[in-house]
Design a protein around this ligand. Structure first.
Ligand code: AMP
Length: 420
């Protein structure tokens, strides 16, 4: 009984201080790069009305059908922990009348999402996404620019990735294609798994997404949307590709890449990494011009993506981060009460100058305090004992080189900041 209280529930985990240094690095980089592209942060609630996701993501999806954390609150209202944030951002955009403002609105978010998924490497039930949404523009250049931004973020972290793109058509060209697809699926039911057969009727595009090995040969021979685009969609895709090329961004057209919902139109993309194994998608996104209407708003162009932070951080090169990790600048070791008081005062002065200082009040032997300095990875240690107090000079050791110097309090901050 007591034991189960001492572990996180399956699919969730604590992020410990050592790991969080890497998370902060990635989050800071995200904010910096997204701001360069004109995106502003939005924070929406983690709980929303269940209906928002049921409609916004679609009843026939695994997320809504099987994976949502849904409960009734004290007033009997059905509430869901957000499984993704696009529907929330579009709700907020409409609720706060941002659609009345001129031009495109660029928003991004960072935060936890919740899906009751099957346990698998790279899949968590609470996981983190950064994502961005652009509302109010259907220009293919904005799509290419957004893809460029995600790739800039991933690349700046030293992570290799590949861009895959496709077009899923629009309400003009898709219905006729879906009929062709359905006809083929119905004509050869034995070649497909039960899920595919069900989706033939409910959502045939999602058959292209099927991962069951036995279905693959037949799926590869199905007609693909990309070959049945209307001239507007074909033109849009062509321009999207030319903007990507203009930015020197390599891509691969993957006709089986789909987003299985009616309100998704035209551009779809995924960013994958070979280093992730089966769960190789780092980010996915696309154009969702119909979503605002599904939620009860006016027709609104929308384009966005979500990037999985857990996976991104798994891929961070080990070397990255060490330099920027928030190590303490100074550990102050002290022998005796008078030295402790001096150490407290010095730490206060140095903190005012922006330095990160730590000390152990319990003190104890110098050896014990040095072990502590090592444990917290302090860049420097300073020793104050009777002799140092008498001289007014302190021994400072640079931990990386073990170089030791005697320094007066006036020069300490400059020395620690590397100015002396
Ligand atoms: P999606 O919202 O399903 O399009 O997912 C976008 C990205 O979020 C994926 O490419 C993953 O990087 C990440 N992601 C989705 N589900 C999970 C999960 N259960 N655990 C960890 N990362 C996830």
């Amino acid at each position: 009984m007591a034991e189960s209280l001492l572990s996180t529930i399956p699919g969730t985990r604590d992020l410990l201080p050592d790991e969080l240094d890497r998370w902060h690095l990635v989050e800071d980089r995200t904010r910096d790069i997204f701001a360069r592209y004109g995106f502003q942060e939005i924070r929406t609630p983690i709980i929303e009305a269940t209906e928002l996701f049921a409609r916004g993501i679609g009843d026939d999806t695994d997320i809504v059908g099987k994976e949502m954390y849904t409960f009734r609150d004290q007033s009997g209202k059905s509430i869901t922990l957000r499984p993704e944030a696009t529907a929330s951002v579009v709700r907020a955009y409409l609720q706060h009348s941002m659609h009345r403002e001129a031009g495109a609105t660029r928003l991004y978010y960072v935060g936890p999402m919740f899906r009751h998924e099957k346990k698998q490497k790279g899949r968590w039930r609470q996981f983190f996404q950064v994502g961005a949404e652009i509302l109010g523009s259907d220009h293919p250049a904005i799509e290419a620019e957004t893809v460029e931004m995600v790739l800039a973020l991933i690349g700046s972290l030293g992570i290799q990735s590949r861009l895959q793109i496709n077009s899923v058509g629009c309400p003009n060209c898709r219905p006729a294609y879906l009929e062709r697809l359905r006809a083929e699926l119905r004509g050869d039911p034995a070649a497909f798994c039960e899920d595919c057969r069900r989706r033939t009727e409910t959502n045939p595009l999602r058959v292209l997404d099927c991962k069951v090995e036995a279905c693959q040969p037949r799926i590869n021979r199905l007609p693909m949307m990309i070959d049945h685009l209307c001239s507007d969609c074909a033109g849009h895709f062509q321009r999207f590709k030319s903007y990507l090329s203009g930015a020197d961004i390599p891509f691969e057209v993957v006709p089986r890449l789909v987003r299985g919902l009616d309100y998704y139109v035209r551009t779809a993309f995924e960013i994958v990494s070979g280093d992730l194994g089966a769960q190789n998608a780092l980010a996915g996104g696309g154009r969702y011009d119909g979503l605002a209407e599904v939620l009860g708003g006016p027709p609104t162009h929308g384009f966005g993506f979500a990037l999985g932070l857990d996976r991104l951080i798994m891929l961070l090169p080990a070397s990255l981060g060490d330099e920027s990790i928030a190590k303490p600048d100074l550990f102050l070791a002290h022998i005796g009460e008078e030295a402790l008081r001096k150490a407290i005062e010095l730490a206060r002065q140095l903190r005012r100058k922006g330095l990160r200082c730590c000390l152990e009040f319990e003190g104890g032997s110098l050896k014990r305090q040095m072990r502590m300095a090592n444990r917290i990875n302090a860049r420097h240690t300073l020793i104050i004992g009777g002799e140092e107090l008498a001289k007014g000079l302190y021994k400072v050791r640079r931990m990386s080189s073990s170089e030791q110097r005697e320094i007066s309090p006036d020069h300490l901050a400059d020395y620690l900041l590397g100015r002396e």
